[in-house]
Design a protein around this ligand. Structure first.
Ligand code: PLP
Length: 393
């Protein structure tokens, strides 16, 4: 959906001052579940809020414009957005997903595959051999997550999309970690962009929601039908809050990624840190790809702390400004221990294959002052200084 407006203007102003009833500057919220039929067999533009709702449509329209899609379906959660895509698959069809995707996505795919709804293959999409082998099985859907949660691995979206589409697969990119402010998967060749709007799009850790944005009107129609049939559409109140959060997406992310870059540099130099995973670091294996396909490096930073599980426990118990909590993308800084939190639903072997070990910590860097964030990390890292270095393999 192209309007000729800049993305910043779309985020800040789409739908502003469009209220025909009273001239409200902020688009009003429509909580009504049902809408009057003007006449027999003659519905108006809205009938029933599970199918469609003006407030939800306002958010869908704004996200579709930001992602460059033809439309969007707003779902109750990010997982519901992933599941909406899965609803379109037939028994026996193959879904390809990254071996290090978000733990909840891994769990959902595994549970549905175990029920026989479709087949799933988890692969390292950066491995030429693995990608070639799995595309040889002619998948119906290839799911990409870039940068990945929690290791911030970067996948070359244009390359994987081109190769997947050449064998007839649809391509979906989970764009949660960057948002359309920093990456537009549809412009890189994907058919769908998926979001947990819970994260950067809402940005205030007070709404759980999701979205699927489609490039093709036929695909969009299919998703809308499934969303209505299964009833996974999001609540109007959540859409209203998410739209409010979206107004400040660009300045929030700009500031947060500046903080994140400072955090990554700081951790990279620290003697109590074994490895830092941040695509903005030139040493990151996906740095060159990130420079090419992203407009910024985002505000998520992961690192392996010295001392394994002990080091991770000491660190999360010592931080004061960072809060130990699931989720990400809000204005406040959070720390998570993926192995026992966000990725605990993956079995130990799947975590090992994905590279998620017990020393890994994931930071969602917020809007606080840079000096305060670095000071908090520094004092927390002092608590692990006395632990032994990682044993040589
Ligand atoms: N995709 C990614 C990359 C996520 O990090 C998450 C949640 O953390 C989800 C999807 C699921 O979103 P939600 O928690 O809104 O269901």
């Amino acid at each position: 959906m192209k309007t000729g407006k800049t993305a910043q203007t779309i985020a800040a102003a789409n739908g502003i001052a469009s209220d025909a009833a009273f001239g409200a500057v902020t688009p009003p919220i429509y909580l009504s579940t049902t809408y009057r039929f003007p006449g027999f067999k003659n519905p108006g533009s809205y009938e029933y809020s599970r199918m469609s709702n003006p407030t939800r449509d306002q958010l869908a329209d704004t996200l579709a414009q930001l992602e460059g899609g033809c439309g969007a379906v707003i779902t109750a959660t990010g997982m519901a957005a992933v599941d909406l895509l899965l609803a379109t698959l037939d028994r026996g069809q193959l879904v390809v997903a990254p071996h290090d995707c978000y733990g909840g996505t891994h769990r959902l795919l595994s549970l549905r595959a175990a029920k026989g709804h479709f087949d799933v293959a988890f692969v390292d999409q950066n491995s030429e051999a693995e990608l070639t082998a799995v595309l040889g099985r002619r998948p119906a859907l290839v799911l990409i997550e870039s940068p990945s949660n929690p290791l911030l691995r970067v996948t070359d979206i244009a390359r994987v999309a081109e190769r997947s589409k050449a064998v007839g697969a649809k391509v979906a990119v989970d764009n949660t970690f960057l948002s359309p402010a920093l990456q537009q998967p549809l412009a890189l060749g994907a058919d769908f962009a998926i979001h947990s709007t819970t994260k950067y799009l809402n940005g205030h850790s007070d709404v759980v929601g999701g979205a699927v944005i489609a490039a093709d009107p036929q695909d969009l129609k299919g998703l809308e039908e499934w969303a209505n049939a299964t009833g996974i559409t999001g609540a109007p109140f959540d859409a209203y809050l998410t739209l409010r959060g979206l107004r400040t997406l660009f300045p929030r992310l700009e500031h947060q990624q500046r903080n994140a870059s400072a955090v990554a540099d700081f951790l990279d130099r620290h003697s109590c840190v074994d490895a830092v995973h941040y695509p903005g670091l030139p040493s990151h294996p996906g740095h060159a790809t990130a420079v090419r396909q992203q407009r910024g490096f985002g505000a998520m930073v992961s690192f392996n702390v010295k001392g394994g599980t002990d080091g991770a426990r000491r660190f999360v118990e010592a931080v004061k400004l960072f809060t130990l909590a699931e989720s990400l993308g809000g204005v406040e800084s959070l720390v998570a221990h993926p192995a026992t939190m966000t990725h605990a639903s993956m079995d130990a072997e799947a975590r090992r294959v994905a590279g998620i070990d017990d020393s890994l910590l994931r930071l969602s860097v917020g809007l606080e002052g840079e000096a305060d964030l670095l000071a908090d990390l520094d004092q927390a890292l002092q608590s692990v200084a006395s632990l032994p270095d990682r044993a040589a393999p």
